[in-house]
Write a protein that binds this ligand. Structure first.
Ligand code: FES
Length: 571
């Protein structure tokens, strides 16, 4: 047994505990308050978060496991963020949700917590908030949707939306066909069925050892997802009894493993900002350069959209993340701790050693691509770094030099991208400013902004694009993202002009604005910070305190390892 149960500070005092116990009874047996672990189940269920609209059922199955193991389960709601619904971008509210999760856990009588995530930001926000309280915690993801299908072809969430949107704009697909796709793409409950950000973060939870084996891939509609939830409910009670907290599970070795696995699964660039932010909450040293370094150790093994051909359902049938862990065993730290209380290497014990479908999960000596993961670029255009996903890019554009066509904001882009007089061709480099954490604000997923129609009509589908934005995990293209410092913070991106020459050299990890240092300095001195558009409320707090992308976009005052929570009693 670990330390005395935290919940006993509420319930264990005969006199002062009256109010706490009395109001909570509502059918609970007397012994519920006699030292049984109180387990919070943080649900992100919401009908405004379609990807999480089934999470209430998962919560009920976690509950069964908690009861069975002798704990007392207590479901509580957190902020929920529906990626496709919320404006201006769910990323703006990730930190708000993390604060909600943190204080909901800290302020309530719980000894451990099961975190239920799904849609993109709901996973990192849960992990960030819980990390700052540092109780025993397990993540259970909602799981991906089943494969969509249209006219015989599989449809991947997001990825095929980008593809067919370009086809409509180029005139090769009719609007009627496009509208028919709408209902074919979202076939069942669950999150995006591609290796987008939701699936990436579900896999990252498993790779970090903060979720049970198979958390990443079991489809939302598969009853084995409910079994996983049940087992998580059982296990969290044991973790409380063992005193196994989040910071004991999430060590630097776990993050290094996660970055290698991120490369092997072809995961979302959004994992960069989320893993940096989670590590920051735990006091684990992790830098942008670690992503490049550890990515290079692992080839791309998982053949899923947007980097490959298949979808999450296929990944599960091929064996899911445990097969990937098994294939990467020589480069992973098998001794990294996990919520199971066993070393990470045991996460591969639950499967047959080899992939059930070698086209979906490739062997280590037959990878989809030798280079994968995250390339971190440096240069005078991004002194604090920028990222690019090589396996989502066009190989021929990985080394490219071109004339800049600059858009000062997303509104400027929308106003001019299809202007017939826009001086642009496929050899140009499109530059978009004002979409970073402070600039938008919230760093939206617009980094894969579309090509000019007149270029699309030539059959061209990719150009080099540079911005301070993020990109949807379901998207692809030769897009330089997360440029830091961002334009709104006075980074060099702010002073790029139409007609400048920009060179991208991914093999050498450089991004260069071809002007001399004196000219760059002169332009930066002339740059005037725009007046803030938002002067009150959460937006103001966000703009004033958000860190840049290379530091995970957390609020500056939330970074750092927590001390054990002090809980004052007002009764
Ligand atoms: Fe929710 Fe993709 S939009 S997971």
């Amino acid at each position: 047994m670990g330390d005395a149960l935290r919940s006993q500070d509420w319930y264990g005092r005969p006199l002062e505990g009256f109010a706490h116990r009395s109001w909570m009874r509502r059918g609970l047996p007397d012994d519920a308050f006699d030292g049984r672990p109180m387990i919070g189940i943080a649900t992100t269920w919401s009908e405004l978060t379609p990807c999480n609209s089934h999470v209430d059922e998962i919560a009920e199955h976690v509950k069964r496991g908690v009861w069975e193991a002798g704990g007392v389960p207590l479901i509580f709601p957190t902020t929920s963020l529906g990626e496709t619904q919320i404006r201006p971008t769910a990323m703006l509210l990730r930190n708000l949700m993390a604060m909600d999760v943190e204080e909901s856990i800290r302020g309530n009588p719980m000894d451990g917590v099961v975190l239920l995530g799904g849609c993109d930001k709901t996973t990192p926000a849960q992990l960030m908030g819980a990390a700052s309280v540092d109780l025993p915690a397990i993540m259970v993801s909602g799981g991906p949707m089943l494969n969509g299908r249209y006219k015989g072809s599989e449809l991947g969430s997001g990825t095929d939306l980008w593809k067919y949107t370009a086809d409509v704009r180029a005139g090769t697909m009719s609007m009627d066909e496009f509208l028919e796709l709408e209902s074919c793409m979202t076939r069942s409950r669950g999150s995006c069925n591609t290796m987008g950000t939701a699936s990436t973060m579900a896999c990252m939870s498993e790779a970090l050892g903060i979720a049970l084996p198979h958390n990443g891939a079991i489809p939302a509609s598969d009853s084995r997802r409910l079994r996983l939830a049940h087992l998580a409910g059982r296990r969290i009670v044991e973790m409380v009894q063992e005193g196994l907290t989040m910071s004991q599970v999430l060590t630097r070795a776990n993050f290094e493993n996660a970055i290698r696995i991120l490369a092997a699964i072809g995961g979302s660039t959004n994992a960069v900002v989320h893993l940096l932010a989670i590590a920051g909450r735990l006091g684990v040293e992790l830098s942008l350069d670690d992503f490049d370094r550890f990515s290079q150790e692992a080839p791309l093994l998982v053949n899923l959209k947007p980097s490959g051909d298949h979808l999450m359902e296929d990944f599960f049938y091929a064996g899911g993340l445990p097969v990937v862990i098994h294939h990467l065993r020589d480069i992973l730290d098998g001794e990294a701790p996990t919520v199971m209380g066993r070393p990470f290497s045991t996460y591969a014990d639950s499967i047959a050693a080899e992939s059930a479908d070698p086209d979906v999960i490739r062997a280590i000596d037959d990878p989809l691509q030798a280079e994968s993961g995250i390339a971190v670029l440096r240069g005078n255009l991004c002194p604090n770094g920028a990222v690019l996903k090589p396996n989502a890019a066009t190989p021929e554009l990985m080394t490219h030099r071109g004339r800049a066509v600059v858009f000062e904001s997303i509104e400027d882009y929308h106003a001019r991208i299809d202007d017939p007089d826009l001086d642009v061709d496929e050899t140009c480099v499109l530059v978009l400013k004002g979409c970073g954490p402070k600039g938008y604000p919230g760093m939206p997923e617009v980094g894969n902004f579309g090509l000019p129609t007149k270029v699309l009509e030539k059959g061209v589908r990719d150009m080099v694009r540079i911005s301070d934005a993020r990109m949807s995990g379901t998207a692809y293209g030769t897009v330089v993202l997360h440029t830091a410092p961002e334009a709104a913070a006075g980074g060099p991106l702010a002073v790029v002009r139409n007609g400048d020459t920009i060179s991208l050299d991914v093999p050498n990890r450089s991004l260069t604005l071809e002007i001399d240092d004196a000219e760059l300095e002169r332009r930066l001195k002339l740059w005037v910070r725009p007046d803030p558009e938002y002067t009150r409320g959460y937006y103001r707090l966000y703009i004033d305190t958000v860190l840049q992308a290379d530091e995970g976009c957390d609020f500056d005052f939330l970074v750092g390892k927590t001390t054990r929570p002090v809980t004052r009693d007002s009764h």
